[in-house]
Design a binder for this molecule. Structure first.
Ligand SMILES: [Zn+2]
Length: 264
């Protein structure tokens, strides 16, 4: 336990240092992710810590590769931009942290599989959004079947969806290396994150608040654009991207739990 704590503390300190240096996270968010990595290593063990660090790396690489295009194409759309804040880290990591603690209590590998699923869903969603922006054609709204601006919630692209599938397969491989192959775990880690990501787009399309700027006519997730207040044209005003991410991650974990209980 002490060794795992020390390993977790060392790794989380290094990762947090780089996320702060690269301005990927705010100081509060970096502290929070540090704590989540400690929880992962102490309660879940090395495999879980590795999964988290590996997904951080993949997110950072996808973010770096697409930075210029993404900033150019999604400018003025998102409510939050730049460094991720503590709420964004919390909604992406809360279910994973809970499953790591449950693993410590129960010693059931199912909790580890659900941990991988939750981390992979956040990873797939983030990577799909970043890589999807590189698509030549604008994304299609998953429910309305019309082309929308890149970056707007609810839009999906083939490139983004394929990169999410790629993340799921990679994380399945990491799981097998540490915990061996079991069909039901393979199925939920491969399938549920991608389904969670699609649910994210459906909730993003139907329920997330979207606004129109009267000055430039753009659809945005911000309540202010071009220096004036925007008008809400879609969705429910309390549902923003953080709530959508929390709902879709929770949904994917529940779906994984359901599939596993049906396969036992
Ligand atoms: Zn505007």
């Amino acid at each position: 336990m002490l060794l795992r704590f020390l390993a977790g503390a060392a790794v989380s300190a290094i990762v947090s240092y780089f996320t702060l240096k690269k301005k990927a996270l705010t100081p509060a968010a970096a502290l929070e992710s540090c704590l989540m990595m400690l929880i992962a290593s102490v309660f879940g063990g090395y495999g879980v810590l590795f999964a988290l660090v590996f997904s951080f790396l993949l997110v950072s690489i996808a973010g770096k590769l697409t930075e210029d295009k993404r900033l150019e194409r999604t400018q003025g759309i998102h409510k939050k931009h730049g460094a991720r804040d503590a709420v964004q880290v919390l909604v992406n990591g809360i279910f994973a942290s809970i499953t790591a603690i449950l693993y410590y209590i129960t010693s059931d590998t199912l909790c580890i599989a659900l941990y991988f699923l939750s981390v992979t869903e956040s990873l797939a969603d983030s990577v799909a959004s970043d890589i999807g922006v590189l698509s030549k054609k604008p994304p299609i709204d998953i429910c309305r079947f019309v082309r929308v601006q890149p970056g707007i919630s609810g839009g999906i692209s083939l490139l983004g969806t394929l990169s999410a599938c790629f993340c799921s397969i990679i994380m399945c491989g990491v799981f097998i290396i540490f915990y061996g192959f079991e069909l039901r775990y393979f199925i939920i880690i491969a399938l549920c994150p991608v389904l969670g990501m699609l649910i994210d787009s459906i909730i993003g399309s139907l329920l997330q608040a979207k606004y129109r700027c009267d000055i430039c006519g753009k659809i945005t997730e911000k309540t202010e654009h071009c220096g004036v207040n925007t008008k809400q044209v879609q969705g429910i005003n309390v549902i923003d991207n953080d709530i959508v991410n929390l709902m879709s991650n929770g949904f994917s974990v529940l779906l994984g739990l359901l599939i596993c209980s049906l396969m036992t």
